[in-house]
Design a protein around this ligand. Structure first.
Ligand code: FPP
Length: 268
C-alpha cells in the first residue's frame, strides 16, 4: 500500500508530527441544537472523518483521538451502547476512506473491556489497515492515563519478580516500553475542544512536553479551518523541553535532566 503524497499547508513554523485530541462538547453541541445529547456523538463522527482525512493528507505522522475514556463507563447505559454502536459503524463505514488515505488504525486502552462485537471489528480494521504506510490513527478506547501507568507498573513488577527485569535498571524508558503503544513518539500538540482547560486523564505520561491548544468550538464544529488554526498556534510556539535553548529535540533536551540519568552520570 503506497502512501499518498502529503500536501502540507504553510504554517510559518514547525509542523506537528503527532497530534492528540480530546474530542469534547458533543453533548453541549446537541443541546444547543435542541437535540438529545447522544446525537452530538453521531455528529462528532463527521469531524472524526474530516480531521482524520485532513491530517493524513497533510502528512501528520500520528493522530490520537480520545474516543472513550475509562471513566466514560460511568455514563448511562444507553449512551454507552450508542457510543459502542457508533464505533462499530465507524470501523465498517470508514474502512474505504482509511484505505484510500493509507491510514493505519491501532487502538490503545483496556480493550478487553469493550463489548465483543466492537472489539472484533476493531481487530479486523487493525489487521486490514496494518500494511498501510501513511498516518497512524490511534483510537483511545476504555483508556485512562492512570490505568495505563498502573497496568505498566503491574507488568514491570511481575517481570521483576520473574527475574526478567532488574529493578535497579528501571528508568523512564523502561516504563515507556510497558505503555500500551511504546513505539509512537509523544504528541507534539494536544488539542482539546469545547473550551475546557483540563487534560482529563489523557496520555498523562506522554504529554509531559506537548504543546496545549484549547479550541472554543465543540467537537462537531471542529473541522479543517479549526485544525489549521491549532496547527498555526503550534507553529508559533518555542519548545524547550525543560532546557534553555528553544527548538531543541526532545532526545537532546530531556535525557540528561532525569534524576536517574543524572545520578547515573554522577556515578560514572
Ligand atoms: C465528549 O463529549 C465526547 C465523548 C465522551 C466521546 C467522543 C466520541 C465521538 C466523537 C464519537 C465516536 C468516535 C469514534 C472514533 C467512533 P461529551 O458528551 O462529554 O460532551 P459534553 O461535555 O458537552 O457533555
Amino acid at each position: 500500500m503506497t502512501r499518498p503524497t502529503p500536501v502540507r499547508p504553510d504554517l510559518g513554523g514547525p509542523f506537528p508530527a503527532h497530534i492528540a485530541i480530546i474530542m469534547d462538547g458533543n453533548g453541549r453541541w446537541a443541546e444547543r441544537q435542541g437535540l438529545r445529547r447522544i446525537l452530538g456523538h453521531r455528529e462528532g463522527i463527521h469531524s472524526v472523518r474530516e480531521i482524520t482525512t485532513e491530517c493524513a493528507r497533510m502528512g501528520v505522522e500520528s493522530l490520537t483521538l480520545y474516543a472513550f475514556s475509562h471513566e466514560n463507563w460511568k455514563r448511562p447505559a444507553p449512551e454507552i451502547r450508542y457510543l459502542m454502536s457508533l464505533l462499530k459503524r465507524f470501523l465498517v463505514e470508514e474502512l474505504p476512506t482509511l484505505m484510500e488515505n493509507g491510514v493505519r488504525l491501532r487502538a490503545i486502552g483496556r480493550l478487553e473491556e469493550l463489548p465483543a462485537g466492537a472489539l472484533k471489528e476493531l481487530r479486523r480494521t487493525e489487521a486490514h489497515t496494518a500494511a498501510n504506510e501513511g498516518m497512524l490513527l490511534r483510537l483511545a478506547l476504555s483508556y485512562g492515563g492512570r490505568t495505563e501507568i498502573a497496568d505498566a507498573v503491574r507488568q514491570i513488577a511481575e517481570d521483576a519478580r520473574a527475574g526478567v527485569l532488574d529493578p535497579a535498571g528501571i528508568d523512564e524508558e523502561t516504563l515507556r516500553a510497558y505503555l500500551y503503544d511504546p513505539e509512537t513518539p509523544d504528541p507534539d500538540l494536544l488539542v482539546r475542544t469545547a473550551g475546557e482547560m483540563r487534560v482529563s486523564n489523557f496520555l498523562l505520561w506522554q504529554i509531559s512536553y506537548s504543546e496545549l491548544y484549547v479550541a472554543r468550538e465543540c467537537w462537531p464544529e471542529f473541522r479543517r479551518p479549526q485544525l489549521i488554526e491549532a496547527m498555526r498556534a503550534y507553529a508559533g510556539r518555542k519548545r524547550k523541553f525543560g532546557g534553555l535553548v528553544a527548538d531543541m529535540s526532545p532526545e537532546k533536551a530531556a535525557a540528561p535532566v532525569t534524576p536517574i540519568a543524572a545520578r547515573r552520570q554522577r556515578a560514572e
